[in-house]
Design a protein around this ligand. Structure first.
Ligand code: URA
Length: 250
């Protein structure tokens, strides 16, 4: 399998920077606009109300005002997949493609993840896929929107959503894709190499497996090294799956 050779996961040019969309909550036209005010920031229905289902969470994420990332994003991107999945995959944040589509991991990094899941014998339809941060953070460069890393405050603000998703899914294994996901789940900064490939206890029902983010693979320029790292990534996913099959504690 050829892992993509160029570009980064979310530094893909597009022509929709000024696109407006309709807010599903209010019916208002909204979009990446500096016209949105600080007052709006306080009005989110999702500032901490109790959620009864993943379906409710899906709608509420788009109304989130827990940090300011919603202002420039097209929409909030909630997790999706099987409700009681045994495996939950957590990425960093939606990229350009995900921001426009409203679904997680549908862009270049998603293509790598999809290949790796197939190579690891994991059916994406049977897992739950989400992100640590639900709105796309970017820096405009002409017509392009370049991925910008979420900061600690943004990760912390968005952890509320992740905790809710975890409450509904209660997976046996959380696969943290990269440092931001691992930090969000575990609540502190982690070194991927220290935890990689081993089950880290999380709750009595759930363990965390830390691995790299698929967009890391996209950024490796050397073909041989990229293939080797991809194989290691697949092996991490397989390890988590086989650990569940061997009877991971639930
Ligand atoms: N990168 C992520 O971390 N998540 C996505 O959904 C897409 C790219």
């Amino acid at each position: 399998m050829r892992v993509g050779a160029t570009g980064t996961a979310s530094a893909v040019g597009h022509s929709s920077c000024s696109m407006a969309t309709r807010d599903t909550r209010t019916g208002d036209l909204v979009g990446p606009s500096s016209a949105r005010t600080g007052a709006d920031e306080q009005s989110g229905a999702a500032l901490g109300r109790h959620l009864n289902s993943l379906a409710e969470l899906r709608d509420a994420v788009n109304a989130c005002r827990r940090c300011s990332l919603w202002r420039n994003a097209t929409q909030g991107v909630p997790g999706e997949g099987t409700e009681h999945a045994e495996m939950m995959f957590i990425g960093e944040q939606p990229g350009d493609a995900e921001d426009l589509a409203g679904h997680p991991f549908v862009g270049p990094a998603g293509a790598i993840l999809d290949h790796a899941l197939i190579d690891a014998g994991i059916d994406r339809r049977k897992v739950f896929v989400t992100n640590a941060v639900k709105h796309f953070k970017f820096e405009p460069r002409g017509r392009r929107r370049l991925h910008a890393k979420p900061n600690a405050t943004e990760i912390e603000a968005c952890r509320w959503w992740l905790t809710e998703e975890l409450k509904f899914v209660t997976p046996k294994v959380i696969v943290a894709l990269g440092a931001t996901a691992a930090r969000s789940v575990l609540g502190h900064t982690v070194t991927i190499s220290a935890l990689r490939g081993l089950p880290t206890p999380f709750t009595s029902e759930t363990h965390v497996w830390v691995t790299v983010h698929p967009s890391y693979l996209l950024r490796i320029p050397d073909d041989a090294q990229r293939r080797a790292e991809y194989a290691r990534f697949v092996s991490d996913l397989k390890g988590a799956k086989e650990w569940i099959a061997r009877g991971a504690p639930r």
